[in-house]
Design a protein around this ligand. Structure first.
Ligand SMILES: C[S@@+](CC[C@H](N)C(=O)[O-])C[C@H]1O[C@@H](n2cnc3c(N)ncnc32)[C@H](O)[C@@H]1O
Length: 246
């Protein structure tokens, strides 16, 4: 059951409940700070302070979005206008569902979203949900069998948990991006778009060159809602024109 999402929410809620008024105080700029009464590891302390002070975390909660990531897709769409009414969208790495919520709102009743994640996603009708590893052949086949036709947009916010070794994290995410790009040759309509999370340093050059031949426009974009200290950014490819193979 969407354990990753729930566990982090439970940890966050428990930490809030455990805090007495003495544990939190606000600075004159309304920034929440923690006093050192409870024993916390340094990393959980930093995470908690960041969550408490993050306006997008608070706004996501207030607006009914399952994750602050929802605002990143809104920023991307505000800039590139990819999520059109009636569109068919595949959302890869969708848990807990923030991007799926945004996509559903944008495409309206005639559109369709198929969301995939390793983790279970709480139902988000009318989105169709697959729990599984996008890197596995059987999962890919299941996804293809569920598509009504070719799709208008392939979204990927997939990322393995960061291991802290920059090169390894980079290689892992690029492997996912390559698979997403391959998937476009099977499933994306001509004229369609692809969005994929990458890390600082951007897309590996050979892949980027290939993409530039097969899309009209390929750019890197850092949404304003993406944390400035995060290495993530998004590869946005528009106008698929699949004359060549990946
Ligand atoms: C940053 S989160 C996605 C947040 C989501 N876009 C939202 O708006 O709520 C990244 C997700 O990618 C998923 N993921 C990573 N590798 C995957 C894979 N090989 N197949 C499917 N999902 C994957 C993770 O389980 C994780 O839930």
């Amino acid at each position: 059951m969407f354990w990753g999402y729930y566990i982090s929410m439970i940890v966050f809620a428990t930490a809030l409940l455990e805090m007495s008024k003495d544990d939190i105080s606000s600075t004159r700029t309304n920034k929440v700070i923690l006093k050192d009464r409870k024993q916390r590891t340094e990393s959980s302390r930093r995470w908690l302070i960041r969550q408490l002070n993050d306006p997008y975390v608070q706004k996501a909660k207030a607006d009914g979005y399952r994750s602050r990531a929802a605002f990143k897709l809104m920023d991307i769409d505000e800039k590139f206008h990819l999520l059109k009414r009636g569109a068919v969208i595949v959302d890869l790495g969708a848990a807990p569902g923030g991007w799926t919520q945004v996509a559903l709102k944008k495409i309206g009743e005639k559109g369709q979203v198929i969301a995939i994640d390793l983790q279970e996603i709480e139902p988000l009708p009318p989105a169709e949900i697959i729990q599984g590893d996008f890197m596995e052949e059987a999962v890919l086949e299941k996804l293809l069998s569920m598509l009504p036709s070719k799709v208008d947009v392939v979204l990927s916010d997939m990322a393995s948990p960061a291991c802290g070794m920059t090169d390894v994290d980079y290689i892992r995410i690029m492997a996912l991006v390559e698979l997403v790009y391959d998937f476009c040759f099977t499933a994306l309509k001509p004229g369609g778009s692809m969005v994929a999370k990458v890390l600082r340093g951007g897309t590996e050059n050979k892949l980027l060159q290939s993409m530039k031949k097969n899309f009209t426009k390929v750019v890197h974009f850092k949404p304003s809602s993406s944390r400035a200290d995060s290495a993530e950014m998004y590869l946005v490819a528009i106008g698929f024109r699949p004359e060549k193979s990946a």
